[in-house]
Design a protein around this ligand. Structure first.
Ligand code: HEM
Length: 445
């Protein structure tokens, strides 16, 4: 994998045209792995909408935006077979998605974020202090910090963090990287699906037990007399103000919030959404952070800038470096959709293309982040670009629910490790398919 290279020596499109239909997909995927930036540059210049036998690729900023703005045309139908219990993510523009996403956005109160960043800082610093100058950054750090946040902030208590990591891992691999346009051997597909089904069953049982336990605990609270409850609430409010820490977690908050039956957000929906918090958090954060750390280590001048920014009180400059790095090494170069009906994309332009119903379409969000339409001098690393043009957390109706948590968690995890003296990588990140497996780092402790 060479996500940072950019120059193409021969025309990708010529090679694509000469390739037999049966192996065209494999070739395209190879281009996207070996040199995504070079391949995407050629697509934007010569074939911004590339129709392949297995999927259609969309490379320009405007067209990606057009697609992602129409969730009922470019749908997430491919998520549905991979998700249980009607989780909001597998719904497009419908009542359940609208309702549950907005409820969850409110419960993940953005006023928590300073405390969440402080939690991340403490967790990350503790892990690094105990590591003695050597760590596998994937398993022991970049996954461990978000798994601890899932436990301590989201409130998924009572399980080993290794189990939380495993459940998140298989859900992500199967949902995002085991699709018809992924090149995966049949036995491997079977193994992924089986592992996802097994871990999904364990997650389901755990969530049921968690909700029951939290329910019993809150019933005990209910037994307190109204006067005691009032004093207890006052005490919690006063201590919250004093120590600046959170005195609840998201699952507890979800269970304490009562909706009338008409809103349709009962305990079962609480459980489904609690599971979604876990699945969405760990692997995404781990991949984003480990790839950013590697990118900085591969670019010593950026690492030096990042280290200078660590010393500043305001994290904005440091964070800007991280967001720009993720443009070069995003967790995925695309988002995928399936058309519900025939649709003509980029109407009235010379790239106008009619896409039939049931076509799988890759919105090449990384290519869009190198389109000069929205990114001036796109090949240049410029920290502090207009945040609204990035696709790091998606775009439109399916934009990431955990975006604001991710926006404090990702840079803080990177920040705590880059401040270490003589930080060095033994080798590059080792991948298992698309997912990072290990990345050994050392520093002077
Ligand atoms: C911090 C915890 C996180 C949670 C709880 C979370 C959860 C979610 C959920 C529920 C969705 C679907 C939203 C919808 O369909 O309306 C989503 C979408 C998305 N998330 Fe996250 N996520 C988290 C972190 C991240 C991170 C760290 C990244 C990347 C660095 C990320 C990237 C994305 C992207 C790109 C999408 C859009 C997928 C699409 O449009 O198909 N997420 N996330």
């Amino acid at each position: 994998m060479n996500p940072t290279a950019g120059s193409a020596t021969s025309s990708y499109l010529d090679r694509y045209d000469r390739e037999p239909d049966e192996t065209k997909l494999k070739l395209v995927r190879q281009f996207m792995t070996d040199n995504p930036l070079g391949f995407f540059r050629e697509l934007r210049a010569n074939k911004p909408v590339l129709v392949t036998p297995r999927c259609t690729l969309v490379a320009l900023y405007d067209d990606v935006i057009e697609m992602l703005n129409m969730p009922n045309v470019f749908t997430v139908a491919l998520y549905a077979p991979k998700m249980a219990n009607g989780y909001l993510m597998m719904h497009d523009d419908d009542p359940l998605h609208y309702r549950e996403k907005s409820i969850m956005q409110g419960l993940l109160n953005r006023d928590d974020l300073p405390q969440v960043r402080e939690m991340v800082r403490e967790i990350a610093a503790r892990i690094l202090d105990n590591a003695g100058g050597r760590i596998d950054a994937v398993g022991e750090y970049c996954r461990m910090v978000p798994a601890t946040i899932v436990r301590d902030y989201f409130g998924l208590i009572g399980m080993h963090r290794k189990d939380l990591m495993e459940w998140s891992y298989w859900a992500q691999v199967d949902t995002f990287y085991n699709q018809p346009f992924d090149v995966v051997e049949p036995e491997e597909r079977e193994r992924i699906e089986k592992s996802h089904a097994e871990s999904g069953a364990k997650l389901g049982k755990y969530i049921a037990a968690l909700i029951l336990t939290k329910k019993l605990t809150s019933s005990l609270d209910f037994l307190l007399s109204p006067t005691r409850k009032m004093w207890w609430a006052l005490f919690r409010w006063l201590t919250k103000k004093r120590d600046g820490r959170l005195h609840d977690d998201i699952v507890t908050r979800m269970m304490r919030t009562k909706f009338p039956a008409e809103v349709d957000f009962d305990l079962q929906r609480v459980g489904v959404n609690a599971g979604g918090l876990l699945i969405g958090t760990i692997e995404t954060t781990a991949q984003a952070t480990v790839q950013t750390i590697q990118y900085l280590l591969q670019h010593p001048e950026l690492l030096a800038r990042a280290r200078d920014a660590v010393a500043l009180d305001d994290p904005a400059e440091f964070d800007g470096i991280v967001w720009e790095a993720l443009r070069f090494v995003p967790i995925s170069p695309y988002m995928f959709r399936q058309t519900a009906c025939e649709y003509t994309l980029a109407k009235g332009t010379n790239r106008e293309t009619t896409i039939p119903a049931k076509t799988n379409v890759l919105a090449l969000t990384q290519s869009a982040m190198f389109d000069p339409k929205a990114f001036e001098e796109p090949e240049t690393f410029k920290a502090g670009r207009n945040w609204y043009h990035y696709f790091t957390f998606g775009y439109g109706a399916h934009e990431c629910l955990g975006k604001y948590v991710g926006m404090v968690m990702i840079p803080e995890i990177v920040r705590q490790i880059v401040r270490k003296r003589d930080l060095q990588a033994k080798n590059g990140i080792i991948y298992d398919g698309h997912m990072p497996k290990s990345y050994e780092l050392t520093w002077r402790s």
